[in-house]
Design a protein around this ligand. Structure first.
Ligand code: IPM
Ligand code: MN
Length: 341
């Protein structure tokens, strides 16, 4: 097997400790992983004033993949203004590394709202309201104006929709749902819907559906089993995947891959849960989302057999853990998953 060079951005709060467990499991699976740590995030910003060091993105390009733990200050902390790390670090990584797919798989665990669910949300990851189009006028006056545009390009939408059809085709159910708000967002909604319908012509083996995003929220909570693959825009995808995490058993299980499908550079893999400063360093964090994210990394690198082994171990162990209701330490969970390989 090849050796893989991975840049690790552990980040803040529980980020570094869940990354440690992910790396432990990947190595236990027999993968030759060489890691390089990068100190970035809220703590690094407070200490140095640095958000995205010059040359960092180009340095990251030399790696096979990036593993990220969590970036963000503690809730209530005022040292890092809102948006500094999001707009200054996380989004530039997504945009500059062309990570246009954000893939988030959800598998229910016993006791969850949707214990049997098995679906993947594909979120467009480089456009929509996230591009930062807009501005403010007369700030702080009674005549203040704020606009925040949503940028949707045919190229950006089509590559995301196409990826989703390919993914749906590869799964047993071969079902793809577009989620948008075409009844109100008629400009971008029309572009998404037309693109979706046109690309669908090339995938007659894939069954399709459309839900408005508000209705999708109801179905996520009441009938999530109807979904197989869901494709949606950047902001709807952000919100829907937190809801999906909650109904599938908790955000502690939610993994994600930020993909550059053409592999013109490294892709980035991260648990969805965030920094959770309140439980950091206490061996209380659930590392399963980080471990599953690392399995997605191996799959993307072409090690699909090992990736499947780790994912299966995470899913069965996660289900057992949820069913038994016992709490285990962060490193004990990592050890238990590693043992099952
Ligand atoms: C996520 C996060 C990010 C997003 C933030 C931290 C920029 O919420 O990955 O879902 O909105 O995409
Ligand atoms: Mn989010």
């Amino acid at each position: 097997m090849a050796q893989y060079r991975v840049a690790v951005i552990g980040g803040d709060g529980i980020g570094p400790e869940v990354c440690d467990e992910a790396i432990k499991v990947v190595r236990a699976a027999g993968v030759d992983l060489v890691t390089t740590d990068y100190e970035l995030g809220a703590a690094h910003y407070v200490k140095t004033g640095e958000v995205l060091p010059t040359g960092l993105v180009d340095e990251l390009r030399t790696f096979d993949a990036v593993l990220l733990g969590a970036i963000g200050p503690a809730i209530g902390s005022t040292e890092v203004p809102s948006g500094i790390l999001e707009r200054g670090l996380l989004l530039p990584l997504r945009f500059q590394l062309v990570l246009y797919i954000n893939m988030r798989p959800f598998n229910g665990v016993p006791g969850a709202i949707a214990p049997e669910c098995d679906f993947i949300v594909i979120r467009e990851n480089t456009e929509g309201p996230y591009v930062g189009e807009g501005g403010q006028l007369r700030r702080g006056t009674p005549y203040e104006v704020a606009t925040q545009g949503s940028v949707n390009t045919r190229h950006g939408v089509e590559r995301c929709v196409r990826f989703s059809f390919e993914l749906a085709r590869s799964r047993p159910r071969k079902h793809l749902t577009l989620v948008h708000k075409t009844n109100v967002l008629t400009f971008s909604g029309d572009l998404w819907q037309r693109t979706f319908e046109e690309v669908a012509q090339e995938y007659s083996d894939v069954e399709t559906a459309y839900n408005h995003v508000d209705a999708a929220c109801i179905y996520f909570a009441t009938d999530a089993n109807r979904y197989d693959v869901v494709v949606t825009d950047n902001l709807f995808g952000d919100i829907l995947t937190d809801l999906a995490g909650a109904i599938a058993g908790g955000i502690g299980f939610a993994a994600s891959a930020n993909l550059n499908p053409e592999k013109t550079g490294p892709s980035l893999f991260e648990p969805v849960h965030g920094a959770a400063h309140d439980i950091a360093g206490k061996e209380m964090a659930n590392p399963l989302a980080a471990i599953r994210s690392a399995a997605m990394m191996l799959d993307h690198l072409g090690e699909s057999e090992i990736a499947k082994k780790i994912t299966d171990a995470v899913l069965t162990f996660g289900s057992e853990m949820a069913a038994s209701g016992t709490s285990m330490t962060t490193s004990a969970i990592g050890d238990a998953v590693a043992e099952r390989l």
